[in-house]
Design a protein around this ligand. Sequence first.
Ligand code: FAE
Length: 546
Amino acid sequence: MGNSPQPEGRSARLSRRRFVAGTGSILGAAAVGTYATPARAAAHIANGAQVAALVIGTGYGGSVTALRLAEAGVAVHMIEMGQDWATVAPGPDGRIHPKVTSPDYRSFWMRTKTKAPLSNFLGFPLDKAVPKHAGILDAEEFPGITVYQGRGVGGGSLVNGGMAVTPKRQNFASVLPSVNADEMYGTYYPRANAGLGVGLVNPDWFERTSYYQYSRVGRKHAKRSGFAWTFVPDVYDWDYMVAEDNGTVPKSALGQEILYGNNYGKKTLGKTYLQKAKATGRVTISPLHEVTGVAPVAGGTGFTVTIRQLDTAGATVATKTVTAAKVFFAGGSVGTSKLLVKLKATGALPKLNGEVGKGWGENGNVMCGRANHMWDATGDVQSTIPCSGIDNWDAGGAFAEVAPLPTGIETYASFYLSITKNPHRAEFTYDAGAGKVGLSWQTAWKQDSITMAKSIFDKINRTEGTIYRIDLFGNNSKVWGDHLTYHPLGGAVLNKATDNYGRLHGYPGLYVTDGALIPGNTTVNPFVTITALAERNIEHIVRNDL
Ligand code: FAE
C-alpha cells in the first residue's frame, strides 16, 4: 500500500469504526436518532470576521485554489454548505457512508425521497422515503435535467467514480479554446495528475479478479465490434483494492461503496489537496455554511459576504456577515452559476457581464444497459470503480465508460455511462417572482447524445445478437438514462464571463475557479481538467494579483 494516503488517519478512523461496530446496535440506534451528531466540532467562521481570501466550496477548483494561496502565504477561509464527513459519527451500519444498495438519511441532500440515478430494476422502482438531511449526494432537479453533485468537504470527490482522465491533446481546442495547450500538457495536467494521486489498475490483477469480470466482458464486446477499448486511470488506491480482494482490509470499492461515499480506498480531496492545504496551517474550513450573498464593501475595498449557517436538517442556525479582500467562487458549475446569476439580477453585483449564466452543458452524459447472453455473465461481485472505456469519439462522438452494476446478484447486464459531443448549451436565468435561478436545458436535447451513444451500442448489439435493457430507467419501457448528468460544466465560461484566468469582469478581486469555467464539455470525465485549469489560473493570479 505504498501510495496509500493518510495511513495514520485511516487506522484512527478504522479503530473508531470498529469500536462502534463492536458495541453493536445501541450506539447505532443513537446515531440514527440524532442523525449523526458531529464527532468533533469544527472551527467555524465568526460573524464579522475579516479574511484575506474566502473560497466558496471545497471541490476540485476550491481545493487547488486554497492550497496554492496558502503556500503563497495567504490566509484562506473555505465555506462549504455540506458536512465535513470526516467528523461525522458512523451510522447504524458502523460506517460513515452506506453502501450504494442501502441509501438512507446520509445519502441525499435535503430530500424526503431518494432519487437514485438508476431508478428501476426489472422495472420495479427503487426509490424510497428518507428523512430530510444534509446527505452527501445532491440530485438537483431542473425542469429538463437532474444534476447530481457532491455535498460536503471535498465536493464531487466524495461521490464520484474517481475516473481521472486527461483529454486527448487533439481534442483540447474544443475543451478550452483560449488556453495554451502546450502549457496545459507540459505543466498543468501533469501537476494535476500528481496532486490528485492518479494511477492505473494493475493489469495482471485485472485479468484474474472476479470483481472486474464486467469490465472484461465489456472489453470483449467492444473489441469484437472493432472499437478501441482502453484502461482508464483513477484516483482509487489500487493497492488497497487488491488488499480488499485478498480480504486483508475492509472492503470499500469491492464492498458496494461509491455513490453515497467511500469509506476507505478512494483518494478524495480530503486525502490529497485539502490535506496539504490544511497542513500549511493557513486554511480553515467552515462546513454547513452556505454563501448567499457577495457585494462590494460600500465605500471601501473588498467584499461583504453573507453566509447562512445551517444544521443537518437544513434549518438556519445563524446568518453571518464577513469581509474578504478576495473571493473565489468554487461552488461547482451549478453552485457558482446560480449564485452569480442571482447576484447580478438582484443588484448585488450589477457590473458582471452578460455572459454570466451562459454556456452550460452536461458533458453529453447518457446511460444505458445491454442484456447479455447467459454465457456472458458480468459477475455477482463488481468493483464500484470503473477502470475501462470504449473510445468512439472521432467516428461517433461518444466515449463510454464500462460502468459497474454492483447489485450483489448476477444481472447479465452490461452498463455504460457515455460522454458525448452534445452541441446544446443552456442558460441560467433569475426568476424574480419565484426568487430562484432556473436552467433552460431541455430533455429532448439529449437525443443527440443518444444518437452518438448508439454509434457504439447498436453495433455491439448487432455483433453479439443482444438487446438493450429496458428495465433500468422506467417500468420496462425506457432504454436511455437521458434525464440526468454527473458532469455539469459552464455558466461562467473562461474568457467570456471572466478573463482568460478566471477573473470576473467588472469586479477586481472576484474569481471563478471551478467547472463553471469550462464551456459545457471536456470530451472525457471532467475533474482532471477542472483541477489542471485551476492550477494554471491560480499560479497566474498568485504571481500577478497578490
Ligand atoms: P464540486 O466538486 O461540485 O464542488 C463544489 C462544492 O461547493 C460542493 O462541495 C458544494 O457543496 C459547495 N457549494 C456549492 N455552492 C455553495 C455555496 N453557495 N456555499 C458554500 N458551498 C457551496 O465543484 N468526474 C470525473 O472526472 N470522473 C468521475 O469518475 C466522475 N464521476 C462522477 C460521479 C458522480 C455520481 C458525480 C455526481 C460526479 C462525477 N464526476 C466525475 C464529476 C466531478 O465530480 C465534478 O466534475 C467535479 O466534482 C466538479 O468540481 P468543481 O470544483 O467544479
